[in-house]
Every structure is written in C-alpha cells, then in structure tokens.
Design a protein around this ligand. Structure first.
Ligand SMILES: Cc1ncc(COP(=O)(O)O)c(C=O)c1O
Length: 401
C-alpha cells in the first residue's frame, strides 16, 4: 500500500486567522457555496500538479480539481506558458481575436460535426445564454429540466424555493424526475406548444451522479423533436468523459451544448455550441438579434490556456483517465462503499458528509465539499491513485477496513 500523506493538521493557526479576517468582509469568509465545508473550510495557498497546499502547510492530493475543472491538475507548465504568452500580448481587447476562432475550431473538430460557438465566463453564464438562444429560436418560454439537477446560478434554473427568485420566473420552468419517461411524455402532452427546450445534464451530479437511462434520453429527443423544442445538453461536468461529451455515448446530437470548467484550462470560461441556424440568433446584423455583450467573453488568455489544455486532453488521455476512475470505483464498490459516476468522475456518499470530508482531508485527500465529488486529473501518479483509494477505503469502508 502506498504511504498516506501527512495526516491530521498539526497547526491551524493561519487558517484560523484567515477565517476570522474573512468572516468580517465575506459571508462565512468566502465567495462560493461549493467550496464551503462546515464549520469553515481551510484556505488554499498553492497548487502543484496533483497536490494542494493550504495556508498552514498541509498537503493533500487534489481529487476535487476545482469542481472537475482542472483535468491536468494545478499549474501545468504548458498551460501556464500559453497563458503567459497570451498575457504578454494583452489580456483582453474591444476587438475579437484569432484565439477565439482557433478555440472554436478545436471544439468543433472534437465534436466532429458542423457547429458554431459563443463563449462566456462561466457555466452559469453559458446556461443562461443557451436558454435565451433556445427561447429566441423557438419563440417559446417554457424550459423542462430534470428535478434536482444543478445548472449553476441562473434564476431560471435554480432549484425551487431558492430565496430571491420571483415566482413568475419559477413558473417558466418545469421539472421532471430523472428517468421518469411517463412524466416527460405528459409534460409534452400538456405543454407542447409552450416548450422551448429540454435542459438535461446526462449525469446530474446533485441528483446522484448516475447517467440518465438511454430510454429516457430517447424519450427526451423524440418528444422534443415532435414538438419543435430544442434539446440543450449541459456538459459542464460530463465533457471530461469524451471528446464529444457524454452525449456521444447516447448517439445524441444536442441542438445546443453547454461547456465550461475543464475547457478553460483553469481559467474562467463557458461556451455554447450548436447548429449555426440556432446560434444565428446572436448575429448582430439581424433586425432583432440577442444583444449579448460580455466584456471578458473569449478573452485571449482563457482561449489560449483552454486550447492547450484541450489539445493535451486528447482521446487517449481521456480514455486513460476514465480507466483510472473506473478502477477506483470498482475497488470501492468491491469494499461495499456507495459510489456512483462514470470514468474519471465519482461521487461518494455519507450521512454526515462534512465529517467525512474532514477525515479525508486529515488523511491527505481533498474531495468536493458537500458534493462528495471526486474528479481525477492527468497529474495524478499511480502512487497518488493508490493513496486516494486507500484513504477512501480507510474512511468509508463499512467493514471498518
Ligand atoms: C452541470 C453544471 N452546469 C453548470 C454549472 C455552473 O458552472 P459555473 O460554476 O462555472 O457557473 C455547474 C457547476 O458546477 C455544473 O455542475
């Protein structure tokens, strides 16, 4: 068995200081619910490849990889070089740049079909853009989504009863439970003429990180096509799993595909890709185009870093990382641990996950706070993967292993 990294924090002094200081100027001392763990998370100081070091010097193997975004781990020299080269030429312009054409070409090539793209700065923004495009293209309002699935922070797609979302906005979406084919058929029977799009994540992480059934996806495709609605596939997380995302495994060609996270090489990014006649709603020469600015959309630093990161994340890199993920999941399942996911994406479960999170952290691995999400990176060595497996086994095995 590989040696486990330095365990339980020796000192918490600097983290404690930052928690106190942070809480004065930021709610709970940070800016992002997805990096929060109770009673207060540690603060990152630096990342090198597969390792994150916090401000008290604790080193952990990063299995969170910024919520799946960092497929090559931290500060990959080629990604950093590409970003630095781009930065020296100017970080953003009030003009388009060749970098966004090159990145769009790269993505189109990976999907292997005619597509156009619009770039944004996050997955949430890209979802927002896709929903707007679907509504503009169809002239309809209603969006059908999978109940419980997370698509970012856009008012229109957050979970019901989140504070601050107007009732009228909530009425513009309809939730159907994952794999409930009858409910999907019923939604179209009742609302066919109002439905602009079905928004699906093919493996919704916040539900259980289990792939949708093929029959359900086929029902979505068939009903949407018959009603003249669009199928919007949110591949913000699942794009890790294949060159053309998880949709390729279903033989599905989404009308609009939403990407973010890993395509930016660690920089802020979002993208919507789809058939040119749908993306045409952004054409500024139209009489009534969608007027969508975005000061940092397609900024050349993200485009350059993302291009290099994706060029290195080719079919064989994806296949290898997925194989490592499948092996890890297999070993955990064999030990009776509840684990879901596909390829390099896994989800762990526990009744009191915050407690488990701290135990894992103390033993040297960082997983998704709250979500239990594990996302492998190409920076992990075989030994790192051994440590990850042994630590999870030691913390979660029912047999007390
Ligand atoms: C499936 C999915 N869609 C959209 C988003 C939103 O992306 P971002 O956090 O970049 O806004 C996320 C974020 O975790 C996600 O998991």
């Amino acid at each position: 068995m590989a040696e486990v990294l330095p365990s339980a924090p020796v000192s918490e002094a600097r983290n404690e200081e930052l928690r106190r200081r942070g809480a004065r100027v930021l709610p709970r001392g940070n800016s992002r619910v997805s990096s929060y763990v109770s009673p207060a998370p540690p603060y990152a100081a630096r990342g090198d490849g597969a390792i994150v070091t916090d401000v008290d010097g604790h080193r952990v193997i990063d299995c969170n990889n910024n919520g799946t975004a960092l497929v090559h781990g931290h500060a990959h020299p080629r990604v950093i070089q590409a970003a630095l080269d781009a930065m020296r030429q100017g970080t953003s312009f009030g003009l388009p740049s060749e970098a966004e054409i090159a990145f769009a070409e790269l993505l189109t090539h990976r999907f292997g079909r005619t597509m156009q793209w619009r770039f944004a700065n996050s997955g949430s923004e890209a979802v927002m853009m896709a929903v707007r495009a679907a509504r503009a293209h169809t002239g309809r309002d209603l969006v059908v989504r999978i109940g419980g699935a997370y698509h970012g922070t856009y008012d229109q797609v957050v979970l019901p009863r989140e504070p601050g979302v107007p009732e009228a906005v909530q009425q513009a979406t309809l939730s159907v439970a994952q794999d409930d084919e009858a409910a999907m058929v019923e939604a179209f029977r009742v609302h066919a003429e109002r439905i602009a799009a079905v928004l699906v994540d093919l493996m919704p992480g916040r539900v259980r990180l289990q792939p949708l059934s093929a029959a359900f996806v086929e029902t979505v495709r068939r009903e949407a096509e018959a009603a003249g609605a669009l199928v919007v596939v949110d591949e913000v997380i699942t794009y890790r799993l294949g060159l053309a995302g998880l949709q390729a495994e279903y033989g599905l060609e989404a009308d609009l595909t939403v990407l973010a996270k890993c395509i930016g090489g660690g920089f802020p990014v979002g993208a919507v890709g789809g058939r040119p006649e749908i993306l045409a709603c952004f054409d500024p020469e139209l009489q009534q185009p969608i007027v969508w600015g975005g000061t940092f959309n397609a900024n050349p630093v993200t485009m350059a870093a993302g291009s290099v990161a994706m060029a290195m994340y080719d079919a064989s890199a994806i296949e290898q990382l997925n194989r490592h993920g499948d092996a890890l999941r297999g070993a955990l399942e064999e030990a009776g641990i509840e684990v879901t996911g596909r390829g390099s994406l896994l989800r762990l479960f526990a009744d009191d996950f915050d407690k488990v999170w701290w135990e894992l952290y103390g033993k040297g691995i960082l997983v998704g706070p709250r979500s239990g999400l594990v996302a492998l990176s190409t920076a992990m060595t075989g030994e790192d993967l051994d440590v990850v497996r042994e630590v999870i086994l030691s913390v979660l095995a029912r047999t007390g292993g």
